[in-house]
Design a protein around this ligand. Structure first.
Ligand code: IMP
Length: 194
């Protein structure tokens, strides 16, 4: 069946805008879970980003009659065995995550500061669930730089600059979320028979 309308399992206006922009060329309308009347916030109890994306999608899918998109993302630092990972949003109080990470890594030499952002997106409808993902590989700097973006952007170095030193368009081209959304676009384009 042709997909014309999907619900995004978020109330985050930025995420919603980004997904709308990507899917609008396919003629797919994206509405928020609030607009769809799904007042629910799933507990992110999964051990992986993929599991959490599916948990979030399922919670909304149970309440609405449209296909659902949900995402989960975070930062994996090699020197910390992949932490904060699925706990990225809960690693420190809001606005403190960069300082806490820099402090925890103060003894780690430059060549061992490699890290990656991951984004996983689940698309769920009556037929089946498809999961796509994207990564952005870089490293953790020794200080915060830049004022754009959010979360760990000021300490995440990509080719010599932090993500917080890039504007939104530039970041979208190389980001984990941008890469995952590109995969979602390809999948939905194929589903709609283009
Ligand atoms: P969630 O995917 O909304 O559950 O949140 C993931 C958490 O990972 C965010 O709260 C941020 O701390 C972090 N994160 C995910 N993507 C990014 C990014 O693009 N820049 C900086 N931090 C990010």
């Amino acid at each position: 069946m042709m997909i014309k309308k999907v619900v995004m399992a978020t109330n985050n206006a930025n995420k919603l805008r980004e997904v709308r922009e990507i899917l609008s060329p396919l003629g797919i309308e994206v509405i928020s879970q609030k607009e769809a009347g799904a007042d629910v916030e799933a507990d992110e109890t999964g051990d992986t980003f993929k599991e959490n994306a599916i948990i979030k999608a399922q919670a909304v899918f149970d309440l609405v009659e449209y296909p659902v998109i949900a995402d989960d993302s975070g930062l994996c630092v090699d020197a910390l065995d992949g932490r904060p990972g699925v706990y990225s949003a809960r690693y420190a109080s809001k606005g403190q995550e960069c300082d806490k990470l820099l402090d925890e890594m103060k003894e780690v030499p430059d060549e061992k500061r490699t890290a990656r952002f991951e984004c996983w997106i689940a698309f769920m409808d009556n037929e089946f669930t498809e999961v796509v993902s994207g990564t952005c590989s870089g490293s953790i700097g020794n200080e915060k730089r830049g004022t754009n973006g959010f979360g760990y952007d000021p300490v995440f170095l990509y080719e010599g600059r932090t993500l917080a030193e890039m504007d939104a368009d530039e970041k979208n081209k190389i980001s984990h979320r941008g890469a995952a959304l590109k995969e979602l676009y390809k999948y939905l384009k194929e589903r709609n028979g283009d």
